[in-house]
Write a protein that binds this ligand. Sequence first.
Ligand SMILES: Nc1ncnc2c1ncn2[C@@H]1O[C@H](COP(=O)(O)OP(=O)(O)OP(=O)(O)O)[C@@H](O)[C@H]1O
Ligand code: SF4
Ligand SMILES: [Mg+2]
Length: 339
Amino acid sequence: MSKESLLELHDLHTHFFTDNGEIPAVNGVSFTLDNGEIVGIVGESGCGKSVTSLSVMQLVPNPPGKIVSGYIKFKGENIVNASPKRMKQIRGNEIGMIFQEPMTSLNPLFTIGNQLIEAIRFHRKLSKKEARQESVDLLKLVGIPRAEAIIDEYPHQLSGGMRQRVMIAMSVSCDPDILIADEPTTALDVTIQAQILDIMRDLNKERDTAILLITHDLGVVAELCDRVIVMYAGEVVEEGSVREILKDPQHPYTKGLIRSLPKLHGEDQKLYSIPGTVPKPGMGNVGCQFAPRCEYAFARCFKEKPELYNVGEKRTSRCFLYDNKEGDAAENAESTFGS
Ligand SMILES: Nc1ncnc2c1ncn2[C@@H]1O[C@H](COP(=O)(O)OP(=O)(O)OP(=O)(O)O)[C@@H](O)[C@H]1O
Ligand code: SF4
Ligand SMILES: [Mg+2]
C-alpha cells in the first residue's frame, strides 16, 4: 500500500449553481501534498485555483457553491463532510490560510497584537502575557522590525508588505501542518515579494510546514516550489516537479505559460501571450478545454476529452499527443514540439 499523503484531493468537483447554469469551477481535480512539501498550483485567472483551496478549507460560499463529489483527505480523514466544529478546529490549528489581500482578513478596528493574541488563545491555552510574548516572537519570525512596538499598532498603520507578514504570522501562529497561500505576493512589489517568499521558505525548513502555493505566476513557483500542478478551466492539465516542467513542459498550455515568462537575459523580444482567453469552466469546447487556443489541436481534440496521461515518473499531461492510441506517445509529442 502506498503511504498516506498529508492532504489528498481525489476527483473533486466543486460547482456553482447560478441563474446562468451550473459552473464546474473545480472539475475532477486530484492531487496530493506530502509532509514538508511545497506544491504550487498555477494557471490563468478563473481556472479554479482559489475555489480548489477554498474547498479544502470548506469556505466555498454556499449557495451558490457546493462540493458535489470527490473527497479531500487530511491525514486520512475525509473532511468534505466534516462538522462545522471539526472544520473550525482544522482551520487555523491544522491548516492555515493566507489570502491575496490581507486587509480583507485583518480587522481594522483592532491592533495587530489584539488579533494575534486572540488567534493564539483561541486554539491554545496560554495566558494573555504568554500569548503576547508568542505574538512578538511570531512577528520577529516573519521579519517584522520593531515587533514590540508594531504589536500595538493598527493594520492601516502598516505597509502592504508588513500586513502580509502579519497575516503569515497569524496563519502559522498555531504551527499548522499545512499553509495554503493564495496569491500571497501578487499585490506586492518585487522586492517585498522576494522577502515574503523567503519567509515561507524558512517556515517550511524550520517548522516543516507543508505549503500549497496558489499563483498565476510561474516565476513565483520556480522560486519556491518542489512540485507544480497546472490548472486550466477547472481541470489539472499537467503535473510534475518544478525543475522538469520548467525544463521540458509537456502540455501545450504549460509551454505557452513558460513562453510568456519575461526573460531577464536575451534579446529584447515582445512578450509572448497565449492567444485567446480562458473559457468559463464548462463553457469551453466539448473536447479538450484548451483546444480553441491550442496551436497543436487536431480533429479529435474538438470531440473528445483527453484524460491525464503518464508522461514520466510522477508526471502527467492531459493531452492527446501523449495517448498511445495516437501512435507512439513520445514520438507524437516530439514530432509536434520538436526535440
Ligand atoms: N461566487 C461565485 N459564483 C459563481 N461562480 C463563481 C464564484 N466564485 C468563482 N466562480 C467561478 O469559478 C471559476 C474559478 O474561480 P477561481 O476564483 O477559483 O479562479 P482563480 O483561478 O482563483 O482565478 P484568479 O487568478 O483570478 O484568482 C471562475 O471562472 C468563476 O466562474
Ligand atoms: S489535446 Fe489537443 S487541443 Fe488539447 S492540448 Fe493536446 S493537442 Fe492541444
Ligand atoms: Mg484566485
